[in-house]
Design a protein around this ligand. Structure first.
Ligand SMILES: [Cu+2]
Length: 457
């Protein structure tokens, strides 16, 4: 469940029973392995796949940050499914990495999930091609690749056929880092193990030592963009062609002058602390009530609805930004949308403090990703390059570092919906805003009452 504290849904606290949600308000979709996958690309195309439950095994490859103890110290390290990350850390007795058994010739459906919350990642499997079939639980036009880039909050479903010499092969993920800041440079692994492979510790078995996939360098933006730019919907989609709300959000970091420079929060340069903002508004979570409850109950004073549709001051977003523009304003501002409004948002990264790939996540919606580019978005020339035919649908999309990405959706889900950077530290620094989507006509287009067993904060 994709609840954000202080927003539409209450987070589930540890030890609390699940509560019932009307199905229409559940914002995380799950493609289940039981669903058939059937793609039939162009007759002359190289790809054909007809898979059904009977022949496809489904596995999850969940990348999470977990404490791993080594050399008397405990580090947070990226792991697969919470287990030992593998040979780039010192191995001790009892350490077990995740193993995915596979029969020769078999095809598995692998859902790669980035739950690491602080890092974009590259992922690949030694000697094996991956056929991408879905992202963020929306089908894509299948294509093959040796590496994927996945941001926090994203999922990528790939088909993998065991068509290599029976053996053990590493499946590995490690950072794609775009900011000028320290990051976890460890590699996390699992092994793909052919059932007919010789045992791993066979004495002569040189062939049983797993080999590593080749992954791009930590800052290889070209490889990241080469992957994301290949994503398409399986066929023509109904992306809004007319736009009612043309929004332009500058997203990025900032610095706030500390009143007490000795405070532990004051970790920025020259007596400042790190902040982040959208259109210069650094989002502050409400403390008196959740946004949704305040809205539903008509309680004033919790938020305002004057989030700016464009930056309050225009500047060269990816150039050398004047220090006078580095300090955002702290606020709890929402942007109001009429039910059914056709919305376009250009998310423009800034070079304040550092350019960066910000994985922007919108709750309550899938949106079409219609274009992206480097530098400042040009409203005169860039829209001509938009893909309004078969853009991919996602719920999380990264801004190219020092660039922009454009999305469209129809606001047909009433309520209050958070939009935020999925890098946890940036969210804490205020890289967020929320939409207030008004009710339409009748019960089906209106916010439903909260469930009777909604937990209290
Ligand atoms: Cu961010």
């Amino acid at each position: 469940m994709d609840g954000a504290s202080g927003c539409t849904k209450s987070p589930l606290w540890f030890g609390l029973n699940c509560f019932k949600l009307p199905s229409a308000t559940v914002d995380s979709y799950n493609l289940s392995a039981a669903q058939n996958i059937s793609f039939n690309e162009e007759k002359n195309g190289s790809f054909q796949a007809h898979l059904s439950e009977a022949e496809t095994h489904y596995h999850e490859f969940v990348i999470q940050a977990k404490p791993v103890k080594r050399l008397c110290r405990t580090h947070n390290s990226i792991t697969v499914n919470g287990l030992f990350p593998g040979p780039t850390l010192e191995v001790r007795d009892g350490d077990r990495t995740v193993r995915f058994p596979v029969g020769s010739g078999e095809t598995i459906l692998l859902r790669v999930i980035n739950s690491a919350l602080n890092q974009e990642l590259f992922f690949g499997v030694a000697n094996h091609r991956l056929t991408v079939v879905a992202v963020d639980a929306a089908y894509t036009k299948p294509f093959t690749t040796s590496v994927i880039m996945i941001a926090p909050g994203q999922t990528t479903d790939v088909l993998l056929t065991a068509d290599q010499t029976p053996g053990h092969y590493y499946m590995a993920a490690r950072a794609y880092n775009t900011a000028n800041a320290p990051f976890d440079n460890t590699t996390t692994t699992a092994t793909l193990e052919y059932k007919t492979a010789p045992p791993r510790n066979a004495k002569k078995g040189k062939q049983s030592t797993p080999i590593f996939p080749r992954l791009p360098g930590f800052n290889d933006t070209n490889s990241a963009i080469a992957f994301t730019s290949r994503l398409r919907s399986p066929s023509r989609v109904e992306v809004p062609l007319q736009i009612d709300e043309n929004l332009f959000f500058a997203v990025g970091l900032g610095l706030i002058n500390c009143t007490n420079p000795n405070s532990p929060r004051c970790q920025g340069p020259n007596g400042t602390r790190f902040a982040a903002s959208m259109n210069n508004m650094s989002f502050v979570l409400p403390t008196r009530n959740s946004l949704m409850q305040a809205y539903y109950q008509g309680q004033p004073g919790v938020f305002t609805t004057d989030f700016p549709p464009v930056p309050p001051v225009k500047f060269d977003y990816t150039g050398n930004v004047s220090r006078g523009l580095w300090q955002p304003v702290k606020a709890t501002k929402l942007y109001k949308l009429k039910f059914g409004a056709r919305v376009q948002i250009v998310l423009q990264d800034t070079s304040i403090v550092s350019v960066e790939d910000h994985p922007m996540h919108l709750h309550g919606y899938h949106f079409a990703v219609i274009g992206a580019g480097f530098g400042n978005f040009n409203p005169r020339t860039d829209p001509a390059k938009f893909n309004l035919i078969d853009p991919p649908y996602r719920n999380t999309i990264g801004t190219p570092p020092g660039g922009w990405v454009a999305i469209r959706f129809e606001a047909d889900n009433p309520g209050i919906w958070f939009m935020h950077c999925h890098l946890d530290s940036h969210l804490n620094w205020g890289l967020a805003m929320a939409f207030l989507v008004e009710n339409g006509v009748g019960e089906l287009q209106s916010v439903q009452p909260p469930p009777l067993d909604l937990p209290r904060c």
